[in-house]
Design a binder for this molecule. Structure first.
Ligand code: PLP
Length: 433
């Protein structure tokens, strides 16, 4: 390949000399050749089927939007695009919150934005920890000076409302309670309704991590009374990573407006970002213009599909996959599985890394490894956004079956696909009934 490229260049060089016979042309062309020869190959990432914990597959429509011409971030056209993006985000968050926008940065930036605006050094915060991301929220809150009381629960188990009530009783001055709706490290789905009521009865604010749920699992922000909620573009929204949608309730904004000290992070200060995303358009930082195009397109696709229909699609494909994985003898780790992420135990005697490597190299499929205590013991199979399809369920089941049989794992050939297909038929019948 390299050889062809070089000989191709050489023949063009000769041809040019023959045609022009001019030393000036020869010199400038040779310079151009030297500049081209960076020693780096052409960028050519492989096409993958993204069935890990994120990013998920990005549609051609969203990629097309990303490649649209860059315009100025204060151009009236871009301001309209920002406004429309906010309007669509409100629909997906199911909120009327004015302060709904996309933070420049990934999901972790959304986490920091929610925590650092609400928490002042010395404030008390309860953080629920049953996996990596609850642990990350605790760390972030401590870094912003919170006095953190954590509710620690076994990984893969949910937080019980009584635990939150008890913690609030022991910490009456608690300003906020942080909890993860969809714990990507374990696949545990956390119900929020009862916990939200308890938090509000105590006059605290509720901060929710919806990175792996927004756009895939029902999350009625206003109905639940969530005060600060953040997500990421690369999961159920099926947009590349790079923006963190957030929304703040009036109650949260009031708390922010009554802060005694400035928000500790300049970049994530909602009191300034509000003026940039609001009608005043006061310059704060240069918004990632093309990422906003991509997010806008992905949100438009969600609204075209219908939020409810999309949530049901995630549920259907999860049920199919679950039926197939269980027929293969794999067991689910979480007590209440997410529909967007399936965490299963790696069977005894099966080499976790070798299976994932073959999935990637032979089938182009990415799935996730276990984190923390589940390192080497879990597979995390995401079915999020554009990745949540019947085709992908079928593909990953047959690929896993092929690889595990090759490795000597005892299973009934075809059982997984048959179970998935039965689940599909049952769901179709139920939907038609
Ligand atoms: C539940 C949850 N919260 C937060 C994050 C952090 O998001 P990011 O990696 O986009 O910064 C992730 C990422 O996987 C996540 O799954």
């Amino acid at each position: 390949m390299q050889q062809d490229y070089k000989s191709g260049r050489q023949s063009s060089w000769l041809l040019l000399n023959l045609v022009h016979g001019s030393s000036t042309v020869t010199i400038s062309f040779t310079r151009a050749l030297i500049n081209m020869d960076t020693g780096f190959s052409q960028l050519h990432p492989s096409e993958r089927v993204l069935l890990g914990p994120g990013p998920s597959d990005v549609s051609a429509r969203v990629l097309g939007a990303l490649a649209s011409p860059t315009i100025g971030h204060l151009d009236p056209e871009y301001l309209r695009i920002m406004d429309e993006t906010r309007q669509m985000l409100r629909k997906v968050f199911q909120t009327n919150n004015e302060m709904t926008m996309a933070i420049s940065g990934t999901g972790s930036a959304g986490m920091e934005a929610c925590v650092c605006n609400i928490i002042e050094p010395g404030d008390s915060m309860i953080v629920c920890v049953n996996g990596v991301f609850g642990g990350r929220m605790k760390d972030v809150a401590q870094r912003y000076g919170a006095n953190v009381h954590s509710i620690e629960v076994d990984w893969g188990r949910g937080i019980r409302p009584e635990q939150v009530a008890e913690a609030l009783k022991s910490l009456p001055a608690c300003k906020a309670v942080g909890i993860v709706h969809a714990e990507t490290s374990t696949g545990e789905h956390q119900p929020l309704e009862e916990i939200a009521n308890i938090v509000h009865e105590h006059g605290a604010l509720l901060v929710v991590d919806a990175v792996t749920s927004l756009g895939g699992i029902d999350l009625p922000v206003d109905q639940l009374g969530i005060d600060a909620c953040y997500s990421g573009t690369q999961k159920c929204l099926s947009c590349p990573p790079g923006l963190a949608p957030v929304t703040f309730s009036e109650r949260a904004l009031e708390a922010i407006d009554h802060r005694k000290s400035k928000v500790t992070s300049w970049y994530l200060d909602v009191t300034m970002l509000r003026n940039y995303w609001g009608s005043d358009r006061v310059y704060h930082h240069t918004a990632p213009v093309n990422m906003t195009y991509a997010l806008r397109e992905s949100l438009k696709m969600i609204l075209e599909e219908g939020l409810q229909a999309r949530i049901e699609r995630h549920t259907r494909h999860h049920q199919m996959l679950r039926a197939g994985l269980e027929a293969m003898g794999l067991s689910y780790i979480p007590e209440h599985s997410l529909t967007t992420l399936n965490a299963v135990s790696v069977p005894d005697g099966v080499d976790d890394a070798a299976v994932r490597k073959r999935l990637l190299h032979d089938f182009g499929i990415e799935i996730g490894a276990g984190l923390g205590p589940f390192k080497g013991k879990a597979w995390r199979i995401g079915l999020m956004g554009s990745s949540s399809t019947v085709r992908n369920v079928t593909l990953v089941l047959s690929a896993l079956e092929t690889i595990m049989r090759d490795m000597g794992y005892a299973l009934t050939p075809g059982a997984a696909l048959a179970a998935a297909s039965d689940a599909f038929k049952e769901l179709e019948t139920a939907a038609g009934a």
